[in-house]
Design a protein around this ligand. Structure first.
Ligand code: WQD
Length: 338
């Protein structure tokens, strides 16, 4: 299939583009490079040995988007493009709502105009808010998102659901990621956040490489086995392969489908630190800090539905994730700025 990947120069987008190309699909990347690097495009080509058509474009520029879709005649869109820093979204709500929602509305309008009716959306477990029960299944009700970033994911899910209800020729797959970490085994692409990392793993790898002095552990008084937050970490390569499996649902013309993408196993912050030290032999200094606003104690997936319906399940374990995260960081001490 010919697939337009919005945000395809980003962390999950670039890994998915590699998987698509490796599986014989055509990947066309649209990215405004606001939180990614054009170097990722070169790296994707280096890994796969295949050419990628890349357009530096912003989804908020509808005319620019339309001309790309008119030219490319895509079969499907995988939609990653969006701002995604939880903490930043609390400080800059307008920027997040405008960028993520208007960008998506433009995308849907342009898809309609060009007869592209298949979309896989990069959603997030954050739409469950504080889960009433774990492991979280797709039947769990969506919760109150504690930040504008999460709200935009939930709203975009609703927009796509309503669009598909009104026009049954649309096929929509919503993929709710848990906590993506890791990197391509080559170490050529990986997580490369701007500024001080919000997320746990890039913070750990920057401590390991010496860019940061120690890790602050946000809270050790949660109702969890060791008091620190428990999350379902999933290797970005597993996440990428799930997107290729999700294309099957698109090909089946299945209307709208929702899948949790997690391993079904939760690890605490202290367990991640221990796993990282075991995988790399590098000690990670840390100290306990107050809880981070908006954080929840425990969140991990039931991955049953994706296994049954997509024939997909996560293959990499936490040691693989730590090893590959570190491999990317040690080969790219300053990310793509090297
Ligand atoms: C994980 C655990 C923190 C940093 C968010 C979004 C989700 C997705 C992933 C985009 C928590 C603890 C973290 C640190 C710490 N975003 N932590 N010190 O908050 O579960 O999920 O990022 O795709 O949609 O909601 O991920 O990595 O920030 O935190 O102690 O310096 O690590 O408290 O328990 P989170 P995270």
């Amino acid at each position: 299939m010919r697939i337009i990947v919005t945000g395809g120069a980003g962390f999950i987008g670039s890994h998915t583009a590699v998987e698509l190309l490796d599986k014989g699909h055509e990947a066309i990347i649209i990215d405004n490079l606001s939180n990614s690097s054009e170097k990722a495009i070169d790296r994707i080509e280096k890994i796969t040995g295949k050419k990628v058509r890349f357009y530096k474009e912003d989804l908020c520029n509808k005319d620019g988007l339309l001309s790309i879709f008119e030219r490319e005649k895509a079969d499907c869109v995988i939609h990653f493009a969006g701002l995604k820093a939880v903490g930043e979204s609390v400080k800059l709500p307008y920027k997040y709502y405008y960028n993520n929602i208007v960008g998506t509305l433009n995308l849907i309008d342009v898809m309609n105009k060009c007869g592209v009716k298949n979309i896989i959306f990069s959603s997030s477990a954050t739409v469950y808010g504080t889960p009433s029960v774990v492991p979280i299944t797709e039947e769990c009700p969506k919760g109150i998102c504690t930040n504008p970033y999460g709200q935009t994911k939930s709203m975009i899910e609703q927009i796509l659901t309503d669009v598909q209800k009104a026009d049954r020729s649309f096929n929509v797959v919503l993929l709710r990621y848990f906590n993506p970490i890791g990197a391509h085994p080559s170490g050529l692409i990986g997580e490369n956040p701007n500024g001080i990392p919000n997320n746990l793993m890039p913070f750990i790898t920057q401590v390991a490489i010496g860019r940061l002095s120690e890790l602050g552990v946000f809270g050790n008084d949660y109702d969890t086995p060791d008091g620190t937050g428990v999350r379902d970490y999933i290797h970005v390569m597993d996440l990428a392969s799930a997107h290729v499996h999700a294309l099957k649902k698109i090909a089946d013309g299945s209307g709208i489908s929702i899948y949790n993408l997690g391993t079904g196993k939760g690890y605490s912050v202290l367990e991640v630190i221990k796993s990282f030290e075991q995988a790399t032999g590098i000690k990670i200094p840390y100290s306990f800090r107050p809880r981070r606003e908006g954080d929840i104690a425990t969140c991990y997936a039931s991955a049953k539905k994706a296994k049954e319906e997509l024939g997909w399940e996560a293959k990499y374990d936490i040691i693989d994730m730590c090893r590959d995260s570190w491999n990317f960081q040690r080969l790219n001490p300053n990310g793509y700025d090297d």
